[in-house]
Design a binder for this molecule. Structure first.
Ligand SMILES: [Zn+2]
Length: 371
């Protein structure tokens, strides 16, 4: 196994976008916060132990969905594994830097702790290897075995201090357990202490009994899971206890942006909704970050109205079919945003959050209304 002692090049302390590769007409520095890499090493390690009943996205699906997914897996086989095809796609889509995180199907939270730890290390070492090959185009987010909080903390520290990652990706529950569980408090404390990003990304839902048809396990299950997970972090007091946590919620935060007033109303109206938090729930929501994967300009503008353009980050879900293949064009289509908003969303927010250096040529254009 190759997963110890990574080269210094795997620690991307500074990143620069290759200006020559910038897409014609694109002016803004662009960072894709939401892109996945599959580890064949972790897959080989875990496959003999895996049972389909361990993964809810497999449990709650039908044959039509499985067939589409099989075809997709064949189509994106190289893109999800290798850096070369993704560099071609990044150039075509105007992405300067891709922040790569594990495939959400490789959290391995179902595994026994030691197997989970080893699988996480293999995923992380593969990401570090790819980042090390192209440190000017990629940055890394790791995975940690949350089923074993002590091991998760150790791997989080390794990701940040040894591999140079900018944070970690986590799921929305741990084998059905909530992220607000007391056992995970030390993990949140460590994430806050290190000041790194936690990218929260669902992988199906535990509550999928009625979601097996029409790929609802993803269409509805994923945004529902993000909504549930963040709501537990808010009402369960985690975001109150760790106010400096940096959390980005995938897929525009799921359904969180659609109905936050109900949370605040309940908090004021009912004592059982404020057992663990004093502030209004929307206070905590506003501290979170959200990616742009919402598909309509109206929804993107709504996210910005609720949370501010400084809390929204370009994300594509590369290379999956539920992603956005023209993220720059999509953000540009939100005509109610200012040029400064777009610059922030396309890359400056991510650069600040992840400590990525913005090349001089891509420094923000101050002119109002520019694209
Ligand atoms: Zn994704």
């Amino acid at each position: 196994m190759f997963h110890t002692c990574l080269p210094a090049a795997a620690r991307p302390t500074t990143l620069r976008a290759p200006a020559a590769k910038a897409r014609r007409g694109k002016r803004h520095f662009t960072v894709d916060i939401h892109a996945h890499l599959f580890s064949i090493e972790a897959d080989a390690l875990t496959k003999p132990h895996f049972k389909p009943s361990d993964e809810t996205f497999l449990v709650f699906s039908n044959e039509a969905t499985r067939e589409v997914n099989r075809k997709q897996e064949a189509r994106i086989h190289d893109q999800v594994r290798l850096p070369e095809p993704r560099l071609i796609d990044m150039d075509a889509r105007g992405i300067d830097i891709q922040v790569i995180s594990p495939s959400p199907h490789q959290y391995h939270y179902w595994a026994e702790p030691e197997l989970g730890r080893q699988a996480a290390q293999l995923c992380n070492d593969r990401i570090a290897e790819v980042v090390g090959q192209h440190p000017d185009r990629f940055a890394g987010l790791g995975t940690v075995p949350l089923q074993a909080p002590e091991m998760a903390i150790a791997e989080l520290e390794r990701c940040v201090k040894q591999l140079g990652f900018r944070g970690v990706e986590i799921g929305t529950n741990v084998r059905g357990g909530e992220l607000s569980d007391a056992r995970l408090r030390p993990f949140w404390a460590k994430a806050q202490e290190l000041g790194v990003l936690v990218f929260m990304h669902p992988a199906g839902t535990t509550e999928g009994r009625r979601l097996a048809e029409h790929y609802f396990v993803n269409l509805i299950g994923n945004p529902l899971e993000s909504t549930l997970a963040v709501s537990h972090l808010i009402f369960g007091g985690v975001l109150d206890a760790y106010p400096r946590l940096k959390i980005c919620v995938a897929h525009g935060g799921g359904y969180l942006a659609s109905y936050p007033g109900r949370f605040d109303h309940a908090h004021a109206a009912r004592s059982d909704c404020r057992l663990l938090i004093k502030k209004r729930p929307s206070t905590y929501l506003k501290k979170l970050y959200f990616d742009t994967l919402v598909f309509t300009p109206e929804q993107l503008e709504h996210l910005v109205r609720l949370y501010g353009s400084d809390h929204v980050l370009l994300g594509t879900d590369y290379p999956f079919d539920m992603g956005d293949e023209d993220p720059v064009g999509f953000i540009a289509s939100a005509t109610r945003l200012t040029g400064a908003d777009r610059a922030a969303i396309m890359g400056l927010n991510a650069a600040k959050l992840l400590k990525i250096r913005v090349p001089m040529a891509k420094k923000p254009v101050r002119k109002r209304g520019s694209n």
